[in-house]
Design a protein around this ligand. Sequence first.
Ligand code: SF4
Length: 222
Amino acid sequence: MKILTLEESSEKMRKLWDDKKYPTLVYVETTNFCNARCKYCLYEKMERPVEWMTFDQFKFIADKVKERGLKIGAMFCFGEPLADKDLFNKMRYGRQIGVLTPYLGLNTNCSLLTPDKYDDILETCNNMTLSFVNTGKEFEKLTRLNWEQCYNNAINFIKYRDRVKPSFFIQIGCNDVTGHDRAKVTEAFKDHHIGFLYGNCRREALCEASQLAEITTLLDSV
Ligand code: SF4
């Protein structure tokens, strides 16, 4: 599969979506690091270096996005967003200047969904998607993550949400990938108040930490 350049990807999205001059919505990838190796993901084929966006880089982008009257629609593309230790400071800044969409949430593989992050998530996110395409050993074969750890992290977070902010929306993401088993995933979470998100696994990195110059040019052209 041909990996599109930022410019090609922008043009393709513009044509596919609304034919307006792209971008009207900016996706920020604060890190492209991921600790999983999902068989259905292109992560292992990624040739870009693994990078972490600094707070100042994020602030620069967020201020530019605001200046142009645009919004940030996601804070992740490739990578595991909870691996970014500074993520919630960035999100707090984005919320403070009003540049994050009201519906902005995160999508996580749950391996790093630890109690120290619960309050930050409930404060800065609108919703949370917990990714599970299968359960038990099958989950481990597909993702190379530990099932018990990820599942317990998910359940503990759901229980915390129930106690502290029951209105906060949590859903399980179970994409149509080879090896997925929705029935098993549904069964594993059946006793909890959550939604389910089913769909095709399709990701395109629209921007990355190393492309600040390109991003700036794009934003300046809007
Ligand atoms: S699908 Fe998500 S969790 Fe799995 S390797 Fe790709 S980026 Fe990481």
